[in-house]
Ligand binder design. Structure first.
Ligand code: ADP
Ligand code: MG
Length: 678
């Protein structure tokens, strides 16, 4: 039982909820069974029982009759046993799933019970059905036995053992059932309506507890974590702003910078998630925050998930800061040893002001003299543990700004990242036009290539992306090569030049090929999804995605985000084979309909379920038994609101009203531990 279902205690048993109920509360006369009925309980006399058919179609067929009609019962398995135990002429109650065979009602493999005078004919509650495993069933712990155990357990328990944990006032306000009756009812409800109420209450509890927990983590961090203080906006920031900022900031960029300024000036450590759709201009927010750190005498670092992306940030920042007395360095896994040694020393002695790089930065050998700010670009590639490593780079942990373009629906952010402060940049720089997106089939390829040629003639550049399916690296690679040759046939040298970038190339080759595209040496970039995040080449205006049906929605959105980054009109063409399943069609349709990352994320959530958007599974904050963050969005929002209100009033959960809630949380996982979790 333990291993198979994760049930270790009576409490676990109580919280192993049935996935369905069977209604045996009323007997339906056979002649009056409505057509759409799924499960039905009938009572009647067995009038015949015979074995018919040969071999595979061999079956036992019985007829049962009441005053209103007859019903056929059929068994394909366990025939011998049934034959021995059913008797013509006796009354039975029969329960099962109704089907129709050649217009006549029948039940296959019904449950049958001899009708005994005096014994109640119907159940007073709906009968629960539990998930179990074959192994357990074989040992006599099938779904029904679990029900029996649970029934016994519940009959020995009371409110005393299962006390209320939600504050009274909250229950009243939301009109929720108390806890113990809800638990009883979710297993053994008298009616479907009662079941619904019990589920609502328990769902709310799940959502509310999760919100309280992350709220506590957040507020404890706010109160107890000490952070370095950036109390002034100084020379670096101001002169950059006045002289070198290449554009006017958007309102959203300004808003987020203000939030960062507030956080970093407060004396507590900032842990902020900045979510901004592709192209919203997160990089400049990062740079300005690093200048703020420099103004206050602190070093900063910025991590990117790929070498290509970190190189781009490095080049971009060095260029922008070339007239300012700041030392900017670039560190990745492939930095030459001599250079690496130098950088490590500069970080340690404080000579270096800004370090850009890949995860090489979080290696233990990189230590700073006074790191004040760490920025992580495209967070979903960095695990929580890695994030924590950043905290140990300085005596006082640096402020952490996590930036992601993975559009996270609000509800998901609320549950999965509830412990982080959360900023949204919901505005694109002016002059952007939505990327025109079209779905084309393989047989349209010649037209697609013509279109590419036209854009290239106008001076634009084009990405052609091939899917990467990790199970078969070799095949992916072969596909990519075939695709490359194919493109090359349409775009021969020397009129056209093509860069190719993929994961199997040596770093240097990859860098060079990338660089050639950046400098417009090549007009076409053929690549795998290594190009997916962050890359910013505003002159590239066409994105062709090959075998687009093989990509998920958020990935398609990320890829499309590589174009439409300048003021020219941009295009995304989703090329697919002619044969598509329903889900793929749906994804392509959504992509063609909207460019709004949040809408896409919500759709993705609807289609796939929360799954693993942004690695949220590991966060453990989404393991809900009953609630669904998609279907129960309104309850989630309500729970969040209520949790916040409660914590605002009683941050330590010390009032008598909230004592049971506090005990419950402590029992679940030591209250004091929380400050360390995030
Ligand atoms: P992302 O949020 O996807 O990281 P980037 O920071 O790469 O976006 O910015 C996308 C493009 O928009 C870049 O070319 C950048 O220079 C430009 N950009 C950023 N902010 C502004 C702004 N306020 N006005 C005009 N262009 C901007
Ligand atoms: Mg970016």
């Amino acid at each position: 039982m333990k291993k198979e279902l994760g049930i270790f205690t009576f409490k676990d048993l109580l919280f192993h909820f049935p996935y369905r109920h069977l209604d045996k509360t009323k007997i339906t006369p056979i002649g009056e069974i409505p057509q759409q009925t799924e499960w039905v309980l009938i009572k009647g006399r067995l009038t015949s029982l015979e074995l018919i058919g040969e071999k595979r179609s061999r079956r036992l067929v019985a007829e049962i009759r009441d005053n209103t009609g007859t019903m056929e019962l059929v068994w394909f398995q366990g025939i011998t046993w049934i034959q021995k135990n059913l008797f013509v002429g006796i009354d039975y109650s029969v329960f099962g799933r109704l089907s129709f065979f050649q217009g006549a009602p029948q039940i296959t493999h019904p449950e049958t019970e001899p009708y005994i005078a005096g014994k109640p004919e119907t159940k007073s509650f709906l009968e629960p059905v539990y998930s179990t495993t074959e192994k357990l069933t074989a040992r006599g712990l099938g779904g029904r036995q679990i029900g029996k155990l649970t029934f016994q357990l519940l009959s020995q328990l009371s409110e005393k053992n299962i006390p209320e944990i939600l504050p009274d006032a909250l229950l009243k306000q939301l009109n929720l059932l108390p806890r113990f009756p809800s638990l009883k009812t979710i297993h053994f409800p008298e009616t479907a309506a009662a079941y619904g109420d019990a589920v609502t209450r328990l769902k709310f509890e799940e959502l509310f507890i999760a919100q309280i927990r992350s709220g506590l983590i957040k507020s404890q961090r706010h109160r107890y974590s000490r952070g370095v203080i950036f109390n002034q906006v100084g020379e670096y920031f101001n002169s950059f702003y006045a002289k070198y900022l290449p554009f006017t900031l958007t309102g959203a960029q300004k808003k987020v910078l203000r939030e960062i300024r507030n956080d970093t000036g407060s004396g507590r450590q900032m842990n902020r998630l900045l979510q901004g759709d592709v192209g919203s201009g997160k990089t400049m927010v990062a740079l300005l925050s690093m200048l703020l750190a420099a103004d206050n005498g602190f070093q900063s670092c910025m991590l990117a998930p790929t070498e290509i992306l970190s190189r781009q940030h490095f080049d971009h920042f060095t260029e922008l800061l070339k007239n300012m007395p700041l030392t900017v360095r670039w560190l990745t896994g492939s930095t030459k040893t001599k250079e690496k040694k130098k950088i490590i020393e500069e970080a340690l002695t404080g000579k270096l002001d800004i370090l850009i790089g890949t995860h090489a930065i979080i290696e233990d050998y990189v230590q700073f003299s006074n790191l004040g700010l760490a920025i992580v670009d495209e967070q979903h590639r960095f695990g929580v543990a890695q994030r924590a490593k950043l905290w140990n780079k300085s005596t006082i942990p640096p402020h952490v700004l996590v930036m992601t373009a993975t559009p996270i629906p609000r509800t998901l952010a609320m549950t999965a990242y509830g412990d982080l402060d959360y900023s949204v940049m919901d505005e694109l720089p002016p002059g952007r036009q939505p990327v025109v997106t079209a779905h084309r089939y393989e047989y349209n390829r010649p037209q697609v290539m013509d279109f590419m040629r036209k854009e290239i003639t106008k001076g634009r550049q084009v990405y052609v992306i091939f899917p990467l399916i990790e199970e078969s690296e070799k095949m992916d690679y072969e596909n990519l090569m075939k695709g490359y040759e194919n493109i090359k046939a349409y775009f021969p040298e020397p009129a056209y030049w093509i860069s190719m970038v993929h994961g199997r190339q040596a770093n240097e080759v990859r860098q060079t090929n990338m660089q050639r595209f950046v400098t417009h040496d090549t007009q076409i970039m053929v690549a795998t999804t290594v190009i997916e995040v962050g890359v910013n080449i505003p002159n590239a205006t066409v994105m062709v995605i090959e075998s687009a049906e093989k990509f998920g929605l958020s990935q398609l959105h990320q890829l499309r985000g590589r174009v439409g980054r300048g003021e020219e009109k941009s295009f995304c063409i989703l090329l697919t084979s002619a044969k598509l399943n329903k889900e793929a069609l749906e994804r392509l349709k959504i992509m063609c309909e909207t460019t709004d990352g949040f809408k896409i994320a919500e759709k993705d959530l609807e289609i796939r379920g929360p799954g693993d958007i942004g690695g949220t599974r590991q966060s453990g904050l989404m393991d809900f038994k009953l609630a669904s963050i998609v279907a129960d969005r309104e309850w989630l929002e309500l729970a969040a609101k209520m949790a916040k209100r409660l914590l605002d009033e009683d941050p330590e959960l010390s009032s008598a009203e909230n004592l049971m809630l506090k005990y419950h949380l402590q029992a679940q996982q030591g209250l004091t531990q929380w400050s360390k979790i995030s």
